[in-house]
Design a protein around this ligand. Structure first.
Ligand SMILES: [Zn+2]
Length: 223
């Protein structure tokens, strides 16, 4: 199996570092599986209806057609019809917006959903076996990897604020901390640019501070 790491969107929330939309494209002999879809073509065509102004402003949605999964998969030489299955960690717009761009999307099999509740009520990680090792995509169970080691980081406060159930979120984080200690398990989240094997090139604002207070806007909890 070949695992492609795609950044399928860019979020520039006020006062926060730029956030990625880290999707995986799993290529095997007979299947092409997309893990989370990023921001889709229809979101770019009609952002107000599809995403909404409140979420656009709060999460800092940036709309770049070349970043969509549909366009990146085409650039790799496939058509959207070649994608056999899609697995979603949860249904937030920055994760599921591209779903409608893939007509053949089927159901999941042989890839394991790992309950990591808290960010949303049914939020799941996706565990992918690759030979002797496992890749566990934890979705939004954390926004940045630093949350695994620092509960007092400003981004930890933001993640807590955006969680539907913070107690469950903390339990999920503990689960990930234990998984991350195994030598043959790699964990990665959706929004941390540092977790791409090869860092995608996007223009980033030089901002380091991220105040949880900025997130206390009404409306959707994105990202
Ligand atoms: Zn998100």
């Amino acid at each position: 199996m070949t695992i492609h790491h795609l950044n399928c969107g860019l979020l520039q929330a006020p006062g926060c570092p730029a956030a990625a939309c880290h999707c995986l494209l799993l290529e095997s002999e007979s299947r092409l599986v997309l893990v989370d879809t990023g921001i889709g073509l229809q979101d770019i065509q009609d952002p107000l209806r599809r995403v909404g102004q409140v979420a656009i402003d709060a999460a800092g949605f940036q709309f770049h057609e070349h970043l969509t999964a549909a366009r990146q998969i085409a650039a790799l030489g496939w058509s959207p019809r070649d994608v056999t299955e899609i697995v979603l960690t949860h249904g937030d717009a920055d994760h599921a917006g591209g779903l409608v761009d893939f007509p053949r999307r089927g159901s999941i099999s042989e890839i394991y959903l790992l309950p990591l509740f808290g960010h949303t009520l049914g939020h799941c990680g996706v565990a992918i076996q690759d030979g002797d090792s496992w890749l566990v995509h934890v979705g939004d169970a954390y926004y940045l990897r630093v949350e695994l080691s620092d509960d007092r980081h400003p981004i930890s406060q933001l993640t807590a604020l955006r969680a539907m159930d913070d107690w469950q979120r903390r339990e999920s984080l503990e689960k990930i901390r234990q998984l991350a200690q195994h030598r043959n398990i790699t964990t990665l989240g959706y929004h941390d640019f540092s977790e791409f094997p090869v860092r995608p090139s996007v223009r980033r604002r030089q901002q380091t501070d991220c105040h949880a207070g900025d997130a206390s806007l009404p409306g959707p909890r994105e990202p």
